[in-house]
Design a protein around this ligand. Structure first.
Ligand code: G4P
Length: 528
């Protein structure tokens, strides 16, 4: 029997962030293969046989072959208990993607070596940087022609504003990809692509940098380049200061090829050692230690109607300290009541299992009778501390919602408000309340379809969504600046959110800059 301390210290809870197509799914799959959690590649994507209860609006995702829900994958590897929090990526990018990052202790950033830093990576990185969590970089697809390595690192440093420290270094790329040099061990893991029953895999053999065979294997030109690169790195490269890594100021960088399974095991070993088990979290009553603290956690995501027959809601809780046991009494701080959490379960890629216990670092799904909100704290009875709430992120797509049957105003308002409370959409009203219009803003466009579908099917209220030209939203900082005095605001829409916070909608970044230049004293915020 292991102790609570042992259980918590072997936990590693992280998210993988990337731009679509960089290889997040492939990498996740390779991790799972190492952990023995799946037997064959392709299992992660194969949602067709999934045992998930399919909800009404998940019909939309089924039709499109994508997933709106993010799932949590737990598996054991090398003595660690690993929780990967999957962040929805493609068309299903939503506020949940950001919120999931609030539950992660570190992030693995996957970058396509031929593309460098892409748009979605930037957005997700910003959220991780805001929390100062450690970020590990895996530069993928080295079996394809990649950008110059130094240029890639420079791009990461310049675009994302984080320092980089390569743990290993690639030798060539694409057709001339020979492997990676381990700077610590001073040896090269050689890459040989092999075809293996249709699947592409790489064979790895190690050669010491001092071994004469290395020059023969990689050729004079690449050998000279490698020696030169290493010298530059050793002199001018950033030292791998683990304190700065833990604060998210330096990102350890690794190279490999997820598809051919090259460099994955090395990455996993280093990553698991370098990243930490759950760290203490700040609450309004001070720091809560994961091991010595009482049981506690917070809700970071709510998924309604996961089961069509029951119209149930599942709240996802990240456990921050202590041990959770099924049937135990807990205290819901915001709801100010003691309760038992019903049907605690582990929500995995392929299935939902009822669980008996879970520890700090784990994420569990609990039945939500409609009393939980995103950001709520749950802790052991007798405790009343709160973890800081989950921020709201500025949406990027906006529509005016028009109710087609004006007789159904009540259903309309009830539906829109309920869906907004769940956090899938944000609603805004006219700044001066002169117009009764309701504007809906979302982080990912799929949420518009979800909204329309749910309004019609759950609230029996047809709506029309009229696209608006805005792509940026900023909250107006409360510093005494008067929005009524705003100058040159023709193309800008003034609005208020449901809590009456004033905000502005812009058509593009350029308009934001211009507006700030024209209005001295105005300060804007991207996250609330
Ligand atoms: P994502 O989850 O980040 O969106 O990316 P995903 O893993 O689905 O990978 C996107 C595409 O890139 C896939 O090809 C995948 O096989 C390929 N890929 C991933 N890692 C590597 C790599 O290391 N090297 C190379 N050459 N390709 C890689 P696809 O053809 O779009 O899909 P599929 O038919 O292979 O599933």
């Amino acid at each position: 029997m292991s102790t609570i301390k042992e259980e918590i210290e072997k936990r590693r809870t992280f998210a993988i962030i990337s731009h679509p197509d960089a290889g997040k799914t492939t990498l996740t799959e390779k991790f799972l293969l190492y952990g023995g959690a799946i037997n064959t590649a392709g299992s992660v994507k194969g949602k067709a046989n999934s045992k998930h209860a399919v909800s009404d609006w998940m019909e939309i995702e089924k039709e499109r072959g994508i997933s709106v829900t993010s799932s949590i994958l737990q598996f054991n590897f090398d003595g660690y208990c690993i929780n990967i929090l999957d962040t929805p990526g493609h068309q299903d990018f939503s506020e949940d993607t950001y919120r999931t990052l609030m539950a992660a202790d570190s992030a693995v950033m996957v970058i396509d070596g031929s593309k460098g830093v892409e748009a979605q990576t930037i957005k997700l990185f910003k959220v991780c940087a805001m929390r100062h969590i450690p970020i590990f970089t895996f530069i993928n697809k080295m079996d394809r022609e990649a950008k110059d390595t130094f240029e890639l690192l420079e791009e990461i440093e310049n675009v994302l504003g984080i320092k980089t420290s390569p743990v290993n270094w690639p030798i060539g790329s694409g057709k001339s990809f020979k492997g990676v040099y381990d700077r610590n061990k001073r040896q090269v893991a050689m890459f040989t692509a092999v075809s293996h029953g249709g699947a592409r895999e790489a064979k790895e053999t190690d050669i010491s940098a001092d071994d004469d065979r290395l020059k023969e294997e990689i050729g004079q030109e690449l050998y000279d380049k490698l020696m030169e690169d290493i010298e530059i790195l050793d002199i001018a490269g950033e030292e791998l200061d683990m304190k700065l890594v833990s604060e998210g100021k330096i990102s350890p960088v690794f190279f490999g090829s997820a598809l051919t399974n090259f460099g994955i095991e090395t990455f996993l070993h280093h990553f698991l050692k370098m990243t930490s088990s759950p760290v203490p979290r700040e609450s309004d009553e001070g720091i809560i230690d994961p091991v010595t603290g009482p049981f506690s956690g917070f809700i970071f995501k709510i998924q309604a109607n996961m089961n069509k027959a029951h119209r149930d809601r599942i709240a996802f809780m990240r456990i921050c300290s202590g041990k959770f046991e099924a049937g135990m009494e807990v205290y819901h701080v915001q709801g100010n009541r003691k309760q038992k959490l019903l049907q605690p379960q582990q929500v995995m890629a392929q299935s939902r299992n009822v669980i008996d216990e879970a520890y700090a670092g784990d994420v569990i799904g609990i039945f939500d009778p409609g009393t939980f909100s995103i950001g709520d704290t749950i802790c052991a009875p007798g405790k009343k501390f709160k973890y800081s709430g989950i921020p709201t992120f500025a949406p990027e797509h906006f529509c005016r919602v028009v109710q087609t049957d004006t007789m159904k105003r009540k259903q309309f308002v009830a539906g829109i408000t309920q869906i907004a409370q769940e956090g899938a959409i944000q609603i805004f009203k006219d700044y001066n309340l002169e117009l009764s219009e309701i504007i809906v803003g979302v982080v990912g466009v799929l949420q518009f379809d979800v909204l329309k579908y749910r309004m019609e099917n759950e609230y029996n209220c047809e709506v029309r969504l009229e696209p608006l030209p805005y792509t940026q939203m900023r909250w107006v900082k409360d510093n005494g600046f008067k929005l009524d005095d705003m100058r040159r605001s023709n193309e800008i829409k003034k609005a208020k959110d449901m809590k009456n916070n004033p905000l502005l909608l812009f058509q593009n970044e350029w308009n934001i800059r211009l507006c700030l230049e024209n209005n001295k004293g105005l300060e804007l915020e991207e996250v609330k």
